[in-house]
Write a protein that binds this ligand. Structure first.
Ligand SMILES: Nc1nc2c(c(=O)[nH]1)N[C@H]1C(S)=C(S)[C@@H](COP(=O)(O)OP(=O)(O)OC[C@H]3O[C@@H](n4cnc5c(=O)[nH]c(N)nc54)[C@H](O)[C@@H]3O)O[C@H]1N2
Ligand SMILES: Nc1nc2c(c(=O)[nH]1)N[C@H]1C(S)=C(S)[C@@H](COP(=O)(O)OP(=O)(O)OC[C@H]3O[C@@H](n4cnc5c(=O)[nH]c(N)nc54)[C@H](O)[C@@H]3O)O[C@H]1N2
Ligand SMILES: [Mo]
Length: 677
């Protein structure tokens, strides 16, 4: 971004980077409005007791209160009674420090973050099959050169608009695009072929395509023999995914299945990308694995312009998952349960290895336990708004309320912050320096360009001040460049190895792909060209079976609800709901097919009560031919009774612990005036 500051007016425009092309979505263009925004938090806020309102206070009162709450809780209930909840939007430096704060200064095993709700299923599947999770093991430019691109559950046109240029280029060069999405999204509109599958049926779809590929001779036997293992076992399962069965499960017609297999089988190079649509399921790991299996069986990996990847979501969704804010993880993708990794980090941090806590629990499990006997009683949230974004959010709201102490560091009074005992105002992106690692694993330096408001601290300052009060002053700095140098050294020899990086080198080359170390001093734009990162160097097939959503439509809840995003809003909406041009004329809605609406006597704009086994939300109806007649869609950007997450099913994937955001069963009813909402 180019950031231009004139007399307190911040204006933003895209900047062409080396090798990349400039581009911003409307949220990027308007982000300057958030810098001096009127409702920006400008001093810490504290509550004298639960029933009194938040009042401004000094930083020393605020941090003393937090320190007191932590000490009291740990003295009474032990170190694990304090928890930390982070975010994938935080810089690498903050993610690393949050993990260090939890493990070293607090000594708690309870830390996790919103990335668990984001790409954890993809990360788990990619790790298992390839041995290393870098969301996209190739640069974005490869998309422009691929003969065919398959997008599974990505609405890129609304969720990553600048990246659409690579697809446009790819199409101009004669390439094909397949989109698998239950909705005919703006992304699907641009596709050569749209597979409008039933929510939660991706395993069947991918297995069905592989079944046809096997029969039609599209499978690359040489690649399978040379670079993979486990194909025989997979082949057995694939046998039962014959086209008629797959059509029945997915709702995708047999001719469309054959056409898709033909496009993929005949293209010289294929890129398959999943996003949240295929990942946020209780079988999310299986769904991603099924797409990986398809990619590998077609021999589409290990060269330029092909391969499997996931479209990581948040600004630092990649780096945020590498350096230790995950429950089971140490910096550099090291493991908290691996004795060698523990010994390495204990040495870097200068503590006895036995003092490192054991792995904690995943985001939803942590939130579910709030205020309970064995759960967290004092929580610090930094960079997330779980009140709006966590599944089954009515129960999360109650859990937050049962805490002995809730502290939230944010730029604005988010819905979660509004419930807190203590609110810590922080600097935002343009006001502080830090690194982010993008969806293709490229580490980027974002430099401060405007000063933060006077009474605001950076997250790193908050963490290091708190650590000092806890007696760990020497171990925590607040200068991001120092923290980055420590992170890079800590990651040495780990799988996400940053040891060859510095602010200087990252800035000089306009971003560097990790791993970057003594072996690869210039970084690694493409992974897996010679070998995969598994112990035997081969990519591994894992057979997967279709299970479908854990909650299928029934008499009482006859429709699928799927949830996701709209172009103009971002996540829980804390930031984008404050930008005028992004909110004018828009609000929460439930999208449905006109035929379904007619049957239910619902018209455009009618208020609809959407009910699931967890709760009810009330939003306006939006009618669209782009929907299936058995499914409705709600974005999750709005709070209170418009929250999609009042409805979502918190059942978790057994391996990734991803909740099933993308499929639950609901009923719909028009709300008539006087019927008592
Ligand atoms: N405008 C905007 N952009 C964003 C964000 C935002 O909030 N707003 N958030 C960022 C973040 S953190 C993320 S993670 C990304 C997410 O980016 P995406 O994954 O592209 O976004 P979603 O809208 O969550 O889901 C994508 C699509 O999945 C489809 N889908 C639903 N169920 C299924 C299914 O069972 N199978 C398949 N194949 N598809 C299904 C939905 O219809 C939806 O169109 O976006 C990033 N960009
Ligand atoms: N139903 C449903 N629910 C979903 C999803 C879905 O598709 N459907 N998607 C899930 C996904 S993929 C994601 S990523 C999550 C996201 O959901 P959240 O974790 O709630 O993410 P945000 O809304 O981005 O929240 C970030 C908060 O941190 C603040 N913030 C921004 N920058 C900083 C900073 O530098 N420091 C600090 N301290 N605070 C900052 C913002 O103001 C905001 O309040 O939602 C998940 N929930
Ligand atoms: Mo995300």
């Amino acid at each position: 971004m180019n950031i231009d500051v004139r007399q307190d007016q911040v204006s933003i425009s895209p900047r062409a980077s080396k090798g990349g092309r400039g581009g911003l979505c409307r949220k990027g263009w308007t982000a300057g409005e958030l810098i001096g925004e009127g409702s920006r938090l400008r001093s810490p806020l504290i509550r004298d007791n639960r029933s009194s309102p938040l009042r401004p206070c000094s930083w020393s009162e605020a941090l003393e209160a937090l320190h007191d709450a932590i000490s009291r809780s740990q003295a009474k209930y032990g170190p694990d009674s304090v928890g930390v909840f982070g975010g994938g939007g935080l810089t690498n430096e903050k993610a690393y420090y949050l993990g260090k704060l939890a493990r070293v200064a607090l000594g708690t095993r309870f830390i996790d973050y919103n990335g668990r709700f984001c790409m954890s299923s993809a990360a788990t599947a990619i790790n298992r099959s390839f041995g290393l999770d870098r969301g996209m093991p190739f640069p974005f430019e490869d998309i422009a050169n691929a003969g065919a691109v398959f997008l599974a559950g990505s609405n890129m046109a609304e969720t990553m608009p600048p990246a659409m240029r690579y697809l446009r280029e790819q199409r101009e060069r004669g390439g094909s695009l397949i989109v698998a999405d239950p909705r005919r999204t703006p992304t699907a509109e641009t596709a050569t072929l749209h597979l409008q599958l039933r929510p939660g049926s991706d395993v069947a779809l991918a297995n069905g395509l592989l079944h046809i590929a096997l029969e039609e001779g599209y499978v690359d036997e040489d690649f399978i023999a040379a670079r993979t293992s486990g194909f025989d076992e997979l082949e057995e399962t694939i046998g039962s995914y014959w086209p008629a069965r797959v059509e029945a499960i997915t709702g995708v017609s047999i001719p469309a299945l054959f056409r898709a297999a033909e496009i993929l089988g005949q293209a010289d190079s294929v890129i398959v990308l999943t996003a949240r649509g295929a990942e946020q399921h209780a079988s999310g790991v299986d769904m991603v694995t099924a797409y990986i299996n398809l990619t590998l069986a077609l021999g589409q990996a290990g060269r330029a312009n092909c391969g499997f990847g996931t479209l990581t979501g948040q600004g630092n969704g990649q780096g945020g998952r590498e350096h230790g804010q995950k429950a089971d993880q140490l910096p550099g993708y090291r493991s908290l349960s691996e004795p060698r990794d523990r010994a390495h980090m204990a040495k870097v941090w200068g503590i006895d290895v036995d003092r490192l806590p054991q792995p904690g629990v995943s985001a939803y499990e942590l939130l579910r336990g709030l205020g309970r006997e064995t759960g967290v009683r004092c929580l610090l949230v930094m960079g997330s708004n779980p009140f709006v974004s966590a599944p089954n959010s009515d129960s999360i709201e109650k859990g937050l309320d049962q805490l002995d102490f809730l502290a939230v560091a944010d730029l604005f009074l988010s819905e979660t912050a509004a419930q807190a005992d203590l609110v810590l105002p922080t600097a935002q992106w343009a006001e502080e320096t830090g690194t982010m690692t993008n969806a293709e694993g490229k580490v980027l330096l974002r430099k401060r360009s405007v000063p933060p408001p006077a009474e605001v601290k950076t997250d790193l300052e908050i963490i290091s001040d708190l650590a000092r009060r806890l007696g760990y002053g020497d171990a925590f700095q607040s200068d991001p460049e120092d923290v980055f140098a420590e992170l890079c050294a800590a990651s040495e020899g780990g799988r996400a190895d940053y040891s060859g990086l510095s602010y200087k080198s990252v800035e000089a080359s306009d971003g560097v792909h990790w791993p970057c170390n003594a072996v690869a001093p210039l970084g690694t734009p493409r992974l897996f060209l010679e070998t995969f990162s598994t112990p035997d160097g081969r990519a591994r097939f894992y057979p997967t079976e279709h299970r479908g959503p854990r909650e299928e439509p029934c008499e009482q809840y006859p429709y699928y609800l799927t949830t996701g995003r709209t172009l103009l809003q971002y996540q829980s909406g804390t930031q984008t709901r404050r930008v005028g041009t992004l909110t004018e004329g828009t609000g929460a809605f439930v999208e449905m097919h006109p035929l379904l609406a007619k049957m239910l006597k619902i018209e455009e704009g009618t208020l609809v009560r959407v009910s699931s086994r967890r709760g009810q939300a009330i939003v306006a109806a939006r009618l669209s031919q782009n929907m299936r007649t058995d499914s409705v869609f709600m974005p999750f950007h709005w709070p209170n009774s418009e929250r999609a997450n009042l409805l979502t099913n918190p059942v978790l994937d057994p391996l990734s612990k991803m909740p099933e955001f993308k499929a639950c069963a609901v009923s719909l009813a028009a709300v008539h005036a006087g019927s008592g909402i």
